[in-house]
Design a protein around this ligand. Sequence first.
Ligand code: DGJ
Length: 758
Amino acid sequence: MPIIFHDKSKTFHLKNEYVSYIIHIMENGQLENLYYGKSVHDHGEFDRLHEECLRSQSSICVPDPSLLSMHYARQEYPVYGTGDFRSPVCTIRQADGSRIVDFRYVSHTVSGGKPSLPGLPSTYVEADDEAQTLVIRLHDDLMGTDLYLYYSIYRDYPVITRHAQFVHAGEEGIILERAMSASVEFLDMDYDFLQLSGAWARERYPKRRRLEMGLQGIQGLAGTAAGAEQNPFAALLRPDATEESGEVYGFSLVYSGNFLANVEVSTFDMTRLSIGINPENFAWKLEKGESFTTPEVVMVYSDSGLGGMSRTYHRLYRSRLVRGMWRDKARPILLNNWEGTYFDFNEEIILKMAKEAKEVGVELFVLDDGWFGKRNDDRRGLGDWFCNLEKIPSGIDGLSRKVEAIGLKFGLWVELEMINEDSDLYREHPDWLIEAPGRYRCHARHQYVLDYTRKEVVDYIYGMMSELLGKSKISYIKWDMNRYMTEPFSAALPADRQGEVMHRYILGVYSLYERLTSEYPGILFESCASGGARFDPGMLYYAPQTWCSDDSDANERLKIQYGTSIVYPLSSIGSHVSAVPNHQLMRRTPLHTRAAVAYFGTFGYELVLGKLKDYELAEVKRQIDFMKEHRALIQTDGDFYRISSPFEHNETGWITVSQDRKQALALYAQTLNKVNASWIRFKLKGLDPDTRYRVRYEVVEEPREYSVFGFGPTEGGAEKREFIAYGDELMNIGIVVDRIDFYRLGGDFAAFVYEIMA
Ligand code: DGJ
């Protein structure tokens, strides 16, 4: 039984083979955390871990002679105003203006399985014995409000999920000013804080720093997305934790809007990490009979370093967050026309691109931005989700059928949450966008945010999309979103509910996703937000894959995909081969390297195949065959190990290993070539030490008219190499990477992909 309650000591023990989490009902009826970490034996006397002492200026919260004070208690759901002077997770304004709350334990239930959250994405189970859920009911008498704290523990993962729900039954309304998902307290401050930070085209760079006394944390305030700047994820690592060893605690918020991950270290060296909806610009009114549910936080404990944490998130998110028929399937190899044509295309060009794609083995053609309304540039058209017949005379229904007749599936780009002033939708409904009365209305990329807090707006967009999807042959949708929210105000909400706009907006987006994905279960959705500004678990619940970044340069992608893999599985990472010179950086990288990096994701192309030379087309064909052979390992089965970080080294290394350890695929890539440098041993991870593996790789040369290092001119081609080695040799001695080969591969930005088979 993973969840045990000891009545005498008033302790709960959530426990599986990997992790223990112990909660205590304190003398004042509030909850404290006694332990979170590696699994320990159960017994009935964990209350001995509860400590009290008189600290200077402590406010004692129960009658004498007890010394219980919130000043130092390690609370499960801390509030401000009763002796705790640290950051709370919950603040509630009451009718008389008071913000003092007192939630006390009333009862609890333990049940098999894991409930879903109303209107919100969450991890799930497929059978009740996969997890157990503890729901603790607390009550504030004066307000007449119940607080339910939910804890689910998975049987097979070191994972505990948490969220909270407020149910208000008092006569007077209340305002939730802060209602975060969870708070976890640690006894000491000997931790590093890890975050994934970035910006457009350089998303999710890992940043690690020591905790210090006081406040530190990250937040998203973009409104329409968690944002490219900070991912809704934070981890605490013991300072000695590495990729494969040491303790790590991960916190991943299943939410796509404004968030806060806040760490406060007290002067008693205690660490409190709180995570949830950002209280900035948030105020949620609860009238009698109304309830509010916070998003879910997925907490992963690892005693095998950051890599162990990542592999848990990958397995869980791949199989118990992503839903639908694409969850367990290898993903189609696609060609997207965006970087190939931008807005400059017509039906003839698209059909030509599709035919070229079919010839090399591509399976899905994706028509990106520019097919609808009067969208010949980015100044107009958003909102008009009907085909521009001047560009595509057959319409989307006709074009999609023509593409299918070529032998490809057809996919389409949309940006359903946005509107341009120059659109029929705006001319019809100028009041449907988010703006504040009397204030300047900021635009971004000439577009505005539709008011998804309004059901009629969501219904209207749903109607347009449903009609389009119903009459066309569409197998894939790229759902883009290209601006953050400003002037958050809804004309449809009263003054005392304006603080609800940003969360209601996200709920509106989720509701549209839910409707479209359940009505069209066969369509593969890919989320996107100016590249990777919406790479979050909330989106993955609806869309199994996410366009990782608008930066498609292979060398930059090493960093972006390495950082993204800290939390997100390879099956979710949209990664394509694009043209050179690269459109974001003007950099030239070998075609082989571009594919080598893109293999470790969903794989596709973002260029005009017809512009490639014959030897390049032959190489593209080989790449597509290769990906078809290996994509199940990469996307549905493999465990991912990071070996060498591009943030620390000139070389990047990683490997994905099948669950039975009979197959693996590894990447070794260098940034700049080095002359006369040290020997290289590329030490693999995750293999079975006693298995004899066959290792295959290719040295792919592009045509060369000159001689380097004794290698004369060549017409290009791939030299296949192979050797046999035991897993222990590959992991402890490593693969010999011959520096001479770098010259043949093109010098800078060279890469090897190793196929490893038992
Ligand atoms: C931003 C996306 O990230 C790109 O891939 C592309 O779809 C453009 N939007 C189209 O406007």
